[in-house]
Design a protein around this ligand. Structure first.
Ligand code: TMP
Ligand code: ASP
Length: 254
């Protein structure tokens, strides 16, 4: 097989040059990291599940007219995406207090927020993705005011869509992170949703039991991460409801 040029390698994914100009192949690894790689492990089958869950979400965002980089899934671990210029921000939307918000402001985990809150974190591993304000974003030229407006509008639409999607399957969307990119089409530029949306980048709680069904299981050494991701996939209608032998990876429909 022809070797593909590796464009970028992140903590959980690799980007390869795509088959046509302006495209990339996004490969989902099994690596799990947290607290900026201070905690690391490999969880067999996580990449396969995140590829499928993210595909499901991005397909539906595209269908709703919310622009994304996603073109199509290629195989168990890869998807074809449009090449975009990534804006170096982790755009976090919160509906319920948890994680760094609870820690920073002393708000008890689980407190429903008076309204959805959008935060920008500067995407810089060495600095642990620090929280920044719009002032920092514009002053340092990461995005201009019009782009910030577009990013916030996108983030709210994604939040509305995802909240409804998960609520319909008995899951509360506590918070999530998206990354946005500039997609150039000739002289025209649009801001689109890029990267992935999966239980690695969302906090998902079972609506009734409040069980965690996301990467906090790994961050907090709770175990059962793969089972939780499989349950998310099953509820979204992606996984077949059947016994899955361990080690052979999840059984997928379609
Ligand atoms: P936080 O509570 O740690 O700030 O995270 C908020 C949400 O955003 C949580 O669902 C995890 C996600 N997130 C990432 O996936 N990657 C990141 O780099 C950051 C800062 C947050
Ligand atoms: N940026 C963090 C990391 O090191 C996010 C997390 O804790 O999940 O993966």
């Amino acid at each position: 097989m022809k070797r593909r040029r590796r464009v970028y390698e992140g903590k959980a994914k690799i980007l390869f040059e795509g088959p046509e100009p302006g495209t990339l192949v996004q490969f989902f690894k099994d690596d799990a990291t947290a607290f900026n790689k201070r905690k690391q492990d490999v969880i067999d089958g996580k990449g396969v599940l995140n590829n499928r869950i993210s595909e499901h979400i991005f397909l539906n965002l595209n269908r709703m007219g919310i622009p994304t980089h996603f073109i199509r899934r290629l195989n168990m671990r890869e998807q074809l995406v449009r090449e975009v210029e990534i804006i170096p921000l982790e755009v976090v939307v919160r509906n319920i207090a948890a994680g760094s918000l609870s820690k920073r402001l002393g708000i008890e985990e689980g407190t429903v927020l008076p309204r959805s809150i959008i935060e920008f974190h500067y995407k810089k591993d060495e600095l642990d993705d620090p929280l920044v304000s719009e002032e920092h974003v514009t002053a340092f030229g990461w995005a201009n005011p019009q782009e910030i407006d577009d990013i916030m509008a996108l983030a709210i639409r994604v939040n509305d869509f995802l909240s409804g999607l998960f609520m319909g399957v008995g899951i509360q969307l506590v918070d999530f992170k998206i990354e946005c990119g500039r997609l150039w089409e000739g002289d025209l530029m649009r801001i689109v949703v890029a990267d992935e949306i999966s239980p690695d980048s969302c906090r998902l709680w079972d609506s009734t039991s409040k069980d965690k069904m996301d990467k906090d299981r790994f961050r907090q050494d709770m175990g059962g991460l793969l089972e939780a991701y499989q349950e998310v996939a099953r509820r979204l209608g992606i996984l077949v409801d059947q016994e899955r032998p361990r080690g052979t990876g999840p059984v997928l429909v379609k």
